[in-house]
Design a protein around this ligand. Structure first.
Ligand code: RIB
Ligand code: CA
Length: 342
């Protein structure tokens, strides 16, 4: 029996694409950025994008516990930057776990050490002794212009920065975070991992009044790579491309083992590329609030774009939400990045 097409309007309100509020760098005036990360298979590709993009100036990579324990994430960041030929980018270690609630990891996806089965050479240098939040605060203070933050792990360090150094808010040009979803989650039906891992921190960030772009699953689930990317990477000359292929193969195998197909959404790279490209990602304005309670919706980013409700309750939107991306252009961008790496 055929079902007649549904009429009426969807229960999931898809806001209209609107002009972005996030800054975008240019080769003539690269945007200063700090990545806060839990490397992490897709984090590894995101950091590569930031190292290569002429539109961005990567000031630092700070680590946070998430995909793996924070000491693995810190060492992974150091090793990846050396692999990418960027050993001068400072790395500093951040929070072990959330501000409140249980410790969440995603080692079932990323492997115990965070980079699958890949063992990169031990980093020649150590992380900055001052730690992630102090390093971010120092770089914001020293920068001659406001700096964009690109959190691609749980938001613990960012919440600590906002709460410990409120006077530095004017030196934060934008927070372009990978996290959340106005639709379903991934760690739970309600929550995406980065928010799920520290809802309290996410609540502080989304309520901060700072300019935010939420690069959530709504857009990153269209930034998917599959096994066809492996040959494209393996034909490239650099070791970085071969490592990327290894990381992605691990991802595809793990994803297939979990019944999700031989593919992987490269979530974190979308957040980085959004600040390097004016039109790769389409965004819309939402009011996003975070459920930080202990119930089944814990970690949900509730996105409201209903003109009726916002007007009725005299509420304003508080972030751009990524909704659309050119998937082919994204895959080509990833190959182009690794074609330029050693
Ligand atoms: O849900 C995807 C996010 O969780 C990505 O940042 C990935 O690295 C994991 O941390
Ligand atoms: Ca991540």
């Amino acid at each position: 029996m055929s079902v007649s097409p549904q009429v009426g309007w969807p229960t999931f309100h898809h806001a209209e694409i609107t002009p972005r509020t996030a800054p975008v760098g240019t080769a003539a005036h690269p945007l200063p950025v700090i990545i806060d990360s839990d490397p992490g298979l897709d984090d590894a590709l995101a950091i590569a994008c930031a190292v290569v993009a002429p539109e961005l100036k990567l000031l630092a990579v700070t680590s946070v516990g998430g995909n793996a324990d924070v000491h693995h994430c810190t060492e992974n960041a150091l090793r990846l930057l050396e692999l990418y030929g960027a050993p001068d980018v400072p790395v500093a270690e951040g929070a072990v776990g959330p501000l409140a609630g249980p410790l969440e990891r995603a080692t079932e996806v990323h492997g115990e050490g965070g980079l699958g089965n890949t063992n990169l050479p031990k980093a020649a240098r150590k992380a900055e002794p001052e730690g992630a939040v102090a390093l971010m605060a120092r770089l914001l203070t020293e920068s001659s212009e406001p700096v964009a933050l690109i959190p691609i792990g749980p938001l613990t360090n960012i919440a600590l920065l906002i709460r410990s150094f409120p006077h530095l808010a004017p030196k934060i040009s934008h927070i372009c975070l990978m996290g959340g979803s106005v639709g379903e989650g991934n760690s739970s039906a309600s929550a995406e991992f980065n928010i799920y891992a520290d809802p309290t921190a996410a609540e502080i960030v989304f309520n901060s009044g700072l300019p935010i772009t939420m690069i959530g699953l709504d857009v990153t689930h269209h930034a998917v790579l599959d096994r066809t990317i492996l040959d494209r990477l393996l034909q490239l000359p650099g070791k970085s491309a071969k490592v990327a292929a290894e990381l992605l193969k691990f991802s595809f195998d793990r994803s297939a083992a979990w019944g999700q197909g031989e593919r992987m959404a490269i979530h974190d790279a979308v957040a980085v590329l959004h600040l390097a490209s004016p039109d790769l990602v389409g965004v819309a304005r939402y009011r996003v609030v975070v459920d930080a309670t202990a119930g089944p919706a814990r970690g949900r980013t509730i996105g409201d774009a209903s003109p009726y409700r916002l007007k009725r309750d005299k509420l304003e939107t508080n972030c751009d939400v990524g909704l659309t991306i050119d998937s082919t252009r994204f895959a080509n961008a990833i190959v182009d990045v690794f074609a330029k790496l050693p």
